[in-house]
Design a protein around this ligand. Structure first.
Ligand SMILES: Nc1ncnc2c1ncn2[C@@H]1O[C@H](COP(=O)(O)OP(=O)(O)OP(=O)(O)O)[C@@H](O)[C@H]1O
Length: 255
């Protein structure tokens, strides 16, 4: 299997005032295989979001190396990095950040229209297909005030998928959703992953982690433990067993 993400000895420090700095990531090593579905758990402040932003090139590492599809991203100029982010990655956040003055379908289309000289009709067709796939096609012409949290998060997923990214990064994508919407969003992500898209999610929710196939646990700026599981298959209906086994593992490892 090919590694789509390779992070070596990654550190991240931020300046706190004149003579003080915070060491957030401490020599982190991580490999993610093409097509993998990975979740990152760990206590608040352990560095999960910082890891996500630094391996996706949304933020700059202090030292070490991050390769995406074999190419080092640390040394890239801002425009080159932005191009790689736009063409290779999709991002889903807890706070969906949709543009208020655009319809939902225009929000979905936005990353495709800013990135390339793509044909608007082709992009529109693709956006419609994605909205159909996630069950929100009827909301295409609505605005963001007319959707529920779960519906808007589906818009966020469609927007993340519009450029056919190889990797989707999610920072607590279900953090603001109720358990039904969380289940629905995770089913959609599991389907997307089944089709070959690599997914890396930060989550506090065992139910979310149970739908992934590898759980990384962070503590104090490093990955301290990990658990590999069979890829989730909705047909098997074994979510409960997966959740219990994760819970047991977390407790046994003092996490
Ligand atoms: N730009 C920054 N400036 C100063 N401190 C920062 C910065 N970014 C992150 N931190 C601090 O680094 C630590 C790790 O933050 P991070 O958001 O990565 O943690 P997390 O594990 O994702 O936490 P949570 O689960 O609460 O979201 C925290 O103590 C945070 O306050």
């Amino acid at each position: 299997m090919t590694n789509i993400i390779e992070a070596r000895s990654v550190t991240k420090k931020v300046a706190l005032g004149k003579d003080n700095e915070l060491h957030i990531l401490k020599d982190v090593n991580l490999e993610v295989e093409e097509g993998e579905f990975v979740s990152v758990m760990g206590p608040s402040g352990s560095g999960k979001s910082t890891l996500l932003y630094n391996i996706s090139g949304m933020d700059r590492i202090t030292s070490g190396s991050v390769k995406i599809k074999g190419g080092e991203i640390g040394s890239l100029k801002e425009e080159e990095l932005a191009k790689i982010r736009l063409e290779t990655m999709g991002f889903i956040f807890q706070d969906i950040n949709l543009l208020k003055n655009l319809s939902l379908i225009d929000n979905v289309m936005f990353p495709a229209l800013v990135s390339t000289d793509a044909d608007k009709n082709v992009v529109n067709q693709k956006a419609k297909e994605l909205m159909k796939m996630t069950g929100i096609e009827k909301l295409a012409d609505h605005t963001i005030t007319q959707g529920s949290g779960g519906q808007l998060q589906r818009v966020g997923i469609c927007r993340a998928l519009i450029n056919d990214p190889a990797i989707i990064f999610g920072d607590e994508p279900t953090g603001a959703l109720d358990s039904n919407s969380t289940e629905e969003i995770m089913s959609i992500l599991a389907e997307i992953n089944k089709d070959g898209t690599t997914i890396v999610l930060v989550t506090h929710d065992i139910k979310v982690a149970a739908k992934t196939e590898r759980i990384l646990v962070m503590a104090d700026g490093n990955i301290v433990s990990q658990k590999k599981m069979r890829k989730y298959d909705a047909q098997r209906d074994d979510s409960k067993e997966r959740e219990e086994s994760i819970m047991k593992w977390l407790i046994e490892n003092g996490l």
